[in-house]
Design a protein around this ligand. Structure first.
Ligand SMILES: Cc1ncc(COP(=O)(O)O)c(C=O)c1O
Length: 408
């Protein structure tokens, strides 16, 4: 990959703050946007800012066509069998909530997650437990953060016929670990459960093939894969989407209504009530084109190279402790860490103010994991394909300096 050339596609990478370029390492939160995505959205607003799917005039028709093209691009990107299986949502959170609310879980049923879930794959299950009496089982990770497949097998066996859904992260936002999704899905299916993958951190960084995985549902977000914010995707097998109950219904989601009743459209439109985020959908389509042209294999390889380089240096700095598997090859493009005695928010602010290095700090929307391990919070650096080796080195150099200045 020609990273120097790629970087020219990202307007913000050419800008300076305090006279210096930025070192953007907060990609697990939101990635930067290439010009092609920005232009696709501007093109919509400048040239055909109408609504899709309703009016028959040419501007509206153009919107409808562009949105269905974007749906097709997403379908091909994750190798979904049909475009009917691609539902546009607001973000990953909405996709996860849509399944939580609509899957028909009831008192006596159970859902299983892991102990490393993002709040978006935890809070919906808490609510379902409180409102409907759906039990929530938590599969344990091994001490190094990797998946404990034996524990999962045992819980699936013990909960057979009760566990209806396994809702599990694919790649962890905490430590970048990607779990063996295909094996997990097979175990869950053998036990009679369906699987919802929280793919917010996998689809942007590794090749994801829903047919190969045999995933029942996957949810992910545009803003983490060079796309706009406010747009996400829920993939669901067609036969499951047929029975999934929508929670936003109204205009555009129905074939017809009388005063007494409504006839819903088939998937995906029955889940897309109301005017949609057309610019977001069109921008997402452009982002998918961009990533497809680069190749997901190359993206994954590049991130792992940078992460290995950073890990090599960080592991030699005293007072620095890493979160997750020590082998960087198991952590994709993410390195989360702490410096003994220095608050993560302070580290993040020093990095930002002294070197324009932008990282995330805090509990990464996974308070439950931190509380259970009695760790207050951490710093997370996350790479994407436009990052350079010198970005990893700049971060390591600053961490070394912070340790020298603050740790005695
Ligand atoms: C693993 C994971 N799941 C879910 C989410 C929620 O994504 P969104 O805020 O786009 O809904 C995130 C966001 O950081 C995430 O990392």
């Amino acid at each position: 990959m020609d990273v120097i050339k790629i970087r020219k596609d990202f307007p913000v990478l050419g800008k300076k703050i305090d006279g210096r370029n930025i070192v953007y390492l907060d990609n697990a939160c939101a990635t930067l946007k290439p010009r092609r995505v920005i232009e696709a959205m501007n093109d919509y607003y400048e040239n055909y800012p109408a609504c899709g799917g309703r009016s028959v005039h040419r501007l509206s028709t153009r919107v409808s066509i562009a949105c269905e093209e974007a749906r097709n691009k997403v379908q091909r990107f994750i190798n979904a069998p049909s475009e009917k299986e691609i539902v546009f949502t607001k973000n990953t959170t909405e996709g996860l909530n849509l399944v939580a609310r609509g899957f028909g879980l009831k008192k006596g049923d159970a859902v299983i997650t892991t102990d490393k879930e993002h709040n978006s794959n935890l809070v919906p299950w808490h609510m379902l437990r409180e409102k409907c009496g759906v039990a929530h089982i938590i599969a344990k990770s091994l001490p190094d953060g990797t998946f404990d497949i034996e524990d999962f097998k045992k819980r699936m066996k013990d909960g057979r016929s009760k566990i209806k859904l396994a809702s599990i992260y694919h790649t962890s936002n905490l430590d970048g670990y990607t779990l063996p999704a295909k094996d997990i899905i097979e175990i869950a299916h053998d036990a009679g459960a369906h699987v919802l993958l929280d793919a917010a951190q996998s689809v942007p960084h590794i090749p994801v093939d829903v047919k190969r995985l045999d995933a029942d549902f996957i949810a992910f977000s545009g803003q983490k894969m060079c796309g706009p914010s406010g747009i996400g995707i829920l993939y669901g097998k067609e036969e499951l989407l047929e029975t999934l109950e929508p929670f936003t219904v109204g205009g555009d989601s129905v074939a017809s209504t009388t005063y007494e009743k409504s006839v819903l459209l088939g998937p995906p439109h029955r889940f897309e009530g109301g005017l949609q985020n057309y610019a977001g959908i069109i921008g997402l389509g452009a982002a998918v084109d961009y990533l497809s042209a680069l190749g997901m294999d190359s993206i994954e390889k590049h991130e792992k190279t940078l992460n290995a380089r950073l890990a090599r240096t960080l592991s030699e700095i005293r007072h620095v402790s890493l979160i997750g598997p020590p082998d960087p090859a198991l952590r994709g493009g993410i390195t989360s860490f702490n410096i003994e005695g220095v608050a993560p928010h302070d580290i993040a602010m020093i990095l930002d103010e002294s070197a324009n290095i932008m990282v995330r700090s805090g509990t990464l929307c996974a308070h439950s994991w931190f509380k259970a391990r009695k760790i207050n919070s951490c710093v997370r650096a996350s790479f994407y394909f436009y990052n350079l080796e010198k970005d990893a080195d700049a971060l390591a150099g600053c961490i070394e300096k912070i340790v020298t200045d603050f740790c005695r």
